[in-house]
Design a protein around this ligand. Sequence first.
Ligand code: SF4
Length: 499
Amino acid sequence: MSSPQNMVDKFREECGVFGIFGHPEAANLTYFGLYALQHRGQESAGIATSTGERIRLSKAMGQVNDAFDHDKLTALPGHLAIGHVRYSTAGESRIENAQPFVVDSKHGQLAVCHNGNLVNANELRDTLVSSGAIFQSSSDTEVIVHLFARSQAENAEGAFVEAIQQGRGAFSFVAMTKDRLIGVRDPHGFRPLALGRLSHPGGEAWVMCSETCAMDLIGATYERDVEPGEVVIVTAHGVRSIKPFASAKASQCIFEHVYFSRPDSFVFGESVNEIRTEFGRRLARESGVDADVVVPIPDSGVCAAIGYSEAAGIPLRMGLIRNHYVGRTFIQPQQMIRHFAVKVKLNPVRSILEGKRVVLVDDSIVRGTTSRKIVRMVRSAGAKEVHMRISCPPTISPCFYGVDTPRTSELIAATHTLDEIRKYLDADSVAYLSLDGLTGAVPDGKTRYCTSCYTGKYPVAFPQDRDAYLQQALKFNAEPVSATSIIPLSVLETDPVVG
Ligand code: SF4
């Protein structure tokens, strides 16, 4: 069986978090909030709620509509809830790692949902294990739960704040005690977290979530982002903000604008659609080519293709149609149809492509395996020329801040020249948006954003001994790419499956 995760050659989204305080249907609204955030994680889903007396939890593997039904939601009463959709970036895909994590301790109950990756999780975990802690999961988030339980702070809120102060790296948390909702962004602000309000007949609720598309679905209004380094606490007495971290250079993940977030969201206070479209305009100005038609690779390339078409004055046509009903798994015939996985998902429109010089636009290339199949598909539909345009710079380095990425040796741009990539993709030309083009399209793009996967320069150091996968990346960062580190094109012929 194949899964769609193996069908696309993309960085994988991290997780989506949602929290609400002050609504009698908190569980139902969290369910819908998670539904809107489903693109951020499809492996597991969970919701914890509180009536003010006790936290209840329900979580399961699978997508939101598999994990919950009417009976499960009815068993989650309360005006306060948090929820999580997960794709595993640290820790395996199993129910023990599904979130929220809920613990009972001397400080009372705590439920936690995490989007991001603690770069010092192993270090903290080793210290906790050597002092007797027993871990139930392989998730870095459980470290925070143990630190909370051991804190000598006077109350649950203080213990949670003390715990998160020990984390380093990328974290946006929504957490809850039995009577309060807490939202946190790490001091660099790697991952997004938005704050909004929802008026209802019984009063007003506060909402926190990864992307504003979740607020749109439940009728909430976006107020502002939780700021980098800020902790927002919502109780029956109102909303408070504290800043318990030393200030740090802002490093918001620019890949949220390139690919992860939905275009109908505001992320880091900006419209994803507007920024993604501007990437396309800039790409056209930097790397224009004579062509008859601009074709997006759906859905990820659509916004940039619109911008490209607009700036280049070349008509945009939907020359590739995506099947939106591809299931999570399907039976793959052994040798029956070459490139079956991509064909299940995309089909070319011959009437648009035949005899045309085509500009194919996508948001990113990771290994290049899927892009190559798509270029060949477009050629086989009769295209005269195929020019690949990518609306971000070459991806040369893995992410350590909550995004699942292949190792450096599998990133085609880390190991091949532009012309080698062009030959591998079987394209007439290939061009990427420049780093200046990328950062110039985003307000404060040069000063407030992380661009490490394009530069190999990391704003938060990570330990030297995490595992072989990270060693690989460390080696790459320490040394320029050498001839021996270039993998032969034949190795990239098949889709490597990277966990
Ligand atoms: S390395 Fe790339 S994916 Fe990771 S946080 Fe930075 S910009 Fe985002």
